[in-house]
Design a protein around this ligand. Structure first.
Ligand SMILES: [Zn+2]
Length: 166
């Protein structure tokens, strides 16, 4: 199984997102009224060939997160999970972005999401100048790229992926 969602980014290269990761994230999609927002961190690898970035792992919601129907708070517990993954992979797997779910078909980021993403771009530790942000809606997953250019942070929609439910 080598299925991937591939996105081309100008002045950067190819972003590849593993099908298995998309399936795992889609499992958190909020189809039932009782399901709260979920979220976590995206873990990926900076590649030397065959693309520039491969996102192939994530952290699921942690007990210390706060999950409600229309809000999600990501706790510090994710940082330790990412550190474990980094160590286990000899420094290949690292923090490359954030994900969360929304109770809407095709998701759009909220003002709070934008604030959270810009805060991550400005204040978190990562390689390069870009982070990736995924929102899992009820029928589509959307992916944005954020780029830090000096004091300005830019957020751009890269594409959307239709969730095939079985
Ligand atoms: Zn949101």
């Amino acid at each position: 199984m080598n299925n991937e969602w591939k996105l081309e980014i100008a002045e950067y290269g190819a972003l590849r997102i593993c099908q298995a990761l998309l399936d795992s994230l889609a499992a958190f999609c909020q189809l039932e009224l009782s399901q709260p927002e979920s979220g976590g961190v995206l873990v990926g690898k900076h590649l030397n060939s065959g693309g520039v970035m491969l996102i192939d792992d994530f952290t699921p919601p942690q007990l210390s997160d706060k999950q409600a129907r229309c809000s999600y708070y990501r706790s510090e517990a994710h940082n330790n999970k990412v550190l474990d993954k980094w160590k286990e992979s000899n420094g290949h797997s690292t923090f490359v972005g954030l994900w969360h779910t929304h109770p809407e078909a095709t998701p759009n980021f909220s003002a709070q999401d934008r604030k959270d993403w810009i805060n991550a771009l400005k204040n978190s530790v990562y390689e390069g100048s870009r982070l990736f942000f995924i929102i899992v809606g009820q029928t589509h997953i959307r992916c944005w790229v954020g780029q830090k250019k000096g004091s300005i942070s830019n957020i751009e929609l890269l594409g959307e992926y239709k969730i095939i439910s079985d």
